[in-house]
Design a protein around this ligand. Sequence first.
Ligand code: FES
Length: 145
Amino acid sequence: MIASSESDLVVEPLVKAVQALGLDKIQHHIFICADQTKPLCCSKEKSLEAWDYLKKRLTELKLDQPKSTRPACTFRTKANCLRVCTQGPILVVYPDGVWYHSATPNVIERILQEHILGSQVVEEYVFLTHPLPDCFSSVPAEVKD
Ligand code: FES
């Protein structure tokens, strides 16, 4: 639920966006390096092929929107650069914090089938696993108030 300290005119479009996108139902958020300003980890063409494949398959698998049969969804974001800049396309899955290299369409398909749907990390393409800490437990008490 969005805090409603702003006027209804400001908040209403945001509430609609939350509902339309299923933001409050996100279970995984995938970031991928694509359409880079300076393509370093892979060519711009290869990154866009990966991004287009990710979008297409999330839609085909009906993972992009919550459904009555599966109330959670997977969000995707195209990052200009994830700052790794080698062996791309680079892709990271949150909240798990699993970083993948060489995220070509074939690897993305495995990530979707095995990691997102099967809860099994595709180990052979992982170069780091670092889940983010629980943000509320790491915030000092004086900041929470
Ligand atoms: S260019 Fe892909 S991570 Fe930097």
